[in-house]
Design a protein around this ligand. Structure first.
Ligand code: PMP
Length: 286
């Protein structure tokens, strides 16, 4: 099926959507993105993604080409025309196409490029993978220092996923100065003696929208949360581990660098948080 996508104010078939070879997203990875999940045809945490998008743009001195209300309308329209019940909406904004390749930002009159497309993912919530958990390896975190900005500069995370695949695993947790920063495309957590531990917010990690929601739900359910860095050894000796992201929600992690975590099966805290997250998010989806 040919999707309908959104490009710079127009809805059009995916094979007709074209972007300039001079686009700075293409030449310099000078762009930011968001991924919002869709459950039951509704958007999960749209407001959180819109706010983070505005922050990413502002940190890079990039103009926001669209009002939040209009952005919501575009998301909804794409869900409608592409008939998405469960899936994802990808949004990317770049600094646009200048007349030539130049490291310096182009003048103010260069229009940003904005693209949105849907990804249909039936069964996203009822994931069979979440029932068995995933295996991760640890790798050095070799990304740049502003991981709090959600840029499209994703080559190292791609390399990390390939390293995991080569090791027979599903993903990689990145390590810097002896502590886990985050997963290649998710935030990392361990559980020890009933306490949920996840790295504190800083420029070292992406401020996950799912992370914020999960921690809020955990605290509301009287679960103890500690926001601090943890080591690989601590994770291997934890009772359980999991990660969060908009596309995987809460995903149990059952093995790290070949060592089983806890009983080597999804733990009760991760399972419960996944349920709470899905239930509560559906209730407030728009
Ligand atoms: N960290 C990184 C590096 C990511 O790429 C992502 C997902 N884009 C996350 C964390 C999770 O963020 P969110 O919950 O907003 O999807």
């Amino acid at each position: 099926m040919i999707r309908t996508v959104y490009l710079n104010g127009t809805y059009l078939p995916e094979n007709e959507a074209k972007v300039s070879i001079f686009d700075r997203g293409f030449l310099f990875a000078d762009g930011v993105y968001e991924v919002t999940s869709v459950l039951g045809g509704k958007l999960i945490d749209f407001q959180g993604h819109a706010l983070r998008l505005a922050r990413s743009l502002s940190e890079l001195g990039m103009r926001n080409p669209i009002e939040t209300a209009d952005l919501l309308e575009v998301h909804r329209e794409l869900v409608r025309v592409n008939d998405i019940d469960e899936g994802l909406i990808y949004l990317q904004i770049t600094r646009g196409a200048a007349a030539d390749r130049d490291f310096a930002y182009p003048s103010e009159d260069t229009l940003p490029t904005i693209v949105l497309f849907t990804q249909n993912k039936p069964g996203l919530a009822d994931s069979p993978v979440a029932k068995v958990g995933i295996k991760v390896i640890s790798i050095a975190d070799q990304r740049w220092g502003r991981r709090d900005i959600k840029t499209v500069q994703l080559l190292y995370p791609s390399m990390g996923k390939m390293m995991a695949k080569a090791a027979g695993c599903d993903d990689a947790w990145m390590v810097e100065d002896g502590a886990v920063t985050e997963g290649t495309s998710n935030n990392a957590y361990i559980v020890k003696d009933g306490k949920i531990i996840t790295r504190h917010l800083s420029n070292d990690i992406l401020h996950g929208i799912t992370r914020a929601a999960v921690l809020r739900f955990a605290r509301e359910a009287q679960m103890e949360v500690e926001e601090r860095a943890f080591t690989v050894a601590e994770a291997q000796n934890a009772d359980e581990a999991f990660f969060t992201s908009a596309s995987a929600f809460v995903m149990p992690v059952v093995e790290l660098d070949g060592q089983a975590i806890g009983a080597g099966i999804p733990g009760p805290v991760a399972i419960r948080l996944r349920e709470i997250y899905l239930d509560e998010s559906r209730k407030i989806a728009i």
